[in-house]
Design a protein around this ligand. Structure first.
Ligand code: HEM
Ligand SMILES: *[C@@H]1O[C@H](CO)[C@@H](O)[C@H](O)[C@H]1NC(C)=O
Ligand SMILES: *[C@@H]1O[C@H](CO)[C@@H](O)[C@H](O)[C@H]1NC(C)=O
Ligand SMILES: *[C@@H]1O[C@H](CO)[C@@H](O)[C@H](O)[C@H]1NC(C)=O
Ligand SMILES: *[C@@H]1O[C@H](CO)[C@@H](O)[C@H](O)[C@H]1NC(C)=O
Ligand SMILES: *[C@@H]1O[C@H](CO)[C@@H](O)[C@H](O)[C@H]1NC(C)=O
Ligand SMILES: *[C@@H]1O[C@H](CO)[C@@H](O)[C@H](O)[C@H]1NC(C)=O
Ligand SMILES: *[C@@H]1O[C@H](CO)[C@@H](O)[C@H](O)[C@H]1NC(C)=O
Ligand SMILES: *[C@@H]1O[C@H](CO)[C@@H](O)[C@H](O)[C@H]1NC(C)=O
Length: 350
């Protein structure tokens, strides 16, 4: 009898430990009973918006990435400036660069009207990334759900953790390793640059004065160099856009990797994966270039791996009602007004 009880207790301890040390608390069917339509609601909004703004699909995949690399996939990137929050949106890698905050709010509004107070903003970001891949004719995957939203953001950490376009391969590997992502994940996830745009300011040094040499980047295809010099004149506006994938700009395919093989990567951080001599990433680029199915399989696995970085679950954090603000602080102004009226209320109730 006693022996049996001990065995049952041990079994429970093991189950609890598994829960604490894996993503066991995230579940593909987390909203099956509480918000069964969430996937189709997100899909409808994105289908609609992407008709007039095809780039939004790229922007939303990137938004999820920039959320996950800063204190985990907790929607911290969505928090606006307030008295107590220094928004990550203004950190250098995000400032005047991330897009889609308004569309996330549009999704949240639609989801709230179907299932109020149920679906976290962090889960909306993860779902929107997967649906964006599908709508761009890329792979689909089952998104683990059940993330909760953070009560904090960290602008300093955003600057520290988000990789920059002039990073060397070693720096890229280190930034990913810090998140538990390995070299295969780095190459597969960089494949997201098969869609979307980049501003001239992020690669203009490659065109005129690479690493202070007064010469262009020798690993940049000379035909592409001429093209990009027209789009981004020396000293011209840094905000002009060009396609990250110059071959099939809005289709989620493997041409990003064949571009790298012909020195047609737009960002230095892209071309580093193929043009760093002796690097272990070259073989991975070659394999993804020659086998799109292999790229898709790896992209799916790496997106799931990225999407569970540092997640809040269970009773951690909260489900925000408005993605840009922690509950009860809908803006610094409202927070102040609430505080004052509470104080009034306290006085009159005494
Ligand atoms: C490996 C390190 C990476 C670096 C250095 C990097 C850097 C950049 C830069 C500089 C841009 C252009 C932003 C602008 O012009 O405003 C960009 C765009 C983009 N990035 Fe990355 N990125 C990296 C990895 C990733 C990953 C892991 C993903 C997603 C899985 C991703 C998805 C995207 C997408 C889809 C765009 C286009 C966004 C749009 O058009 O709005 N990137 N990236
Ligand atoms: C789709 O977009 C149109 C305008 O662009 C809007 O009137 C309509 O409500 C949207 N539908 C959904 C489901 O978001
Ligand atoms: C949050 O900040 C963004 C700019 O970062 C702005 O576009 C948006 O309107 C703000 N949202 C709210 C609800 O104030
Ligand atoms: C963000 O960009 C604005 C210009 O739009 C600039 O005034 C501000 O200083 C930038 N913020 C940071 C933290 O660099
Ligand atoms: C932000 O992250 C940095 C680490 O880069 C840490 O030192 C700091 O305490 C964090 N700030 C907040 C408000 O969490
Ligand atoms: C990266 O991690 C995945 C598992 O997440 C593993 O299958 C793969 O072999 C690893 N790649 C490298 C280069 O270590
Ligand atoms: C090229 O960059 C170097 C180092 O950043 C700088 O000292 C030099 O003035 C630049 N050359 C030109 C022509 O701008
Ligand atoms: C440069 O790109 C073109 C295609 O745009 C390709 O035909 C050529 O082989 C590339 N050159 C090098 C050196 O890879
Ligand atoms: C491409 O990759 C897939 C997925 O790993 C694999 O099943 C298939 O055999 C590969 N195709 C070729 C031609 O190597």
């Amino acid at each position: 009898m006693g022996f049996f009880t001990v065995k049952v207790a041990l079994c429970c301890v093991v189950v609890l430990l598994l829960g604490a040390f894996s993503d066991a608390q995230l579940d593909n069917s987390f909203y099956k009973d509480t918000c069964p339509k969430v996937h189709s609601i997100v899909r409808e909004v994105l289908r609609n918006v992407s008709k007039s703004d095809p780039r939004i699909l790229a922007s939303l995949i990137r938004l999820h990435f920039h959320d996950c690399f800063v204190q985990g996939c907790d929607a911290s990137i969505l928090l606006n400036n307030t008295d107590t929050i220094a928004s990550e949106q203004f950190a250098l890698p995000n400032n005047n660069s991330i897009r889609g905050l308004d569309v996330v709010n549009q999704i949240k509004t639609a989801v709230e009207s179907a299932c109020p107070g149920i679906v976290s903003c962090a889960d909306i970001l993860a779902l929107a990334a997967e649906i964006s891949s599908v709508l761009a004719h890329g792979p689909d995957w089952k998104v683990p759900l059940g993330r909760r939203d953070s009560l904090t953001a960290n602008q300093t950490l955003a600057l520290q953790n988000l990789p920059g376009p002039t990073f060397t391969l070693d720096e890229l590997k280190a930034a990913f390793l810090k998140q538990g992502l390995n070299t295969t994940d780095l190459v597969a996830l960089s494949g997201a640059h098969t869609i979307g745009r980049a501003q001239c300011r992020f690669f203009v040094d490659r065109l005129y004065n690479f690493s202070g040499t007064n010469n262009p980047d020798p690993t940049l295809n000379t035909t592409l160099l001429q093209t990009l010099r027209v789009i981004c004149p020396n000293g011209g506006p840094g905000t002009t856009l060009t396609n990250l994938d110059q071959t099939t700009p809005d289709t989620f395919d493997s041409t990003y990797f064949s571009n790298l093989q012909s020195q047609n990567g737009v960002l230095q951080s892209d071309q580093e994966l193929f043009s760093t001599s002796g690097a272990d990433t070259i073989a991975i680029v070659n394999s993804f270039s020659s086998n799109q199915t292999l790229f898709y399989e790896n992209f799916k696995a790496s997106m799931i791996k990225m999407s569970i970085i540092g997640v809040l679950t269970g009773t951690q954090g909260e489900v925000r009602t408005q993605c840009n603000f922690v509950n009860g602080a809908s803006s610094s102004f409202t927070a102040l007004a609430t505080k004052e009226s509470t104080e009034d209320g306290m006085v009159s109730s005494i």
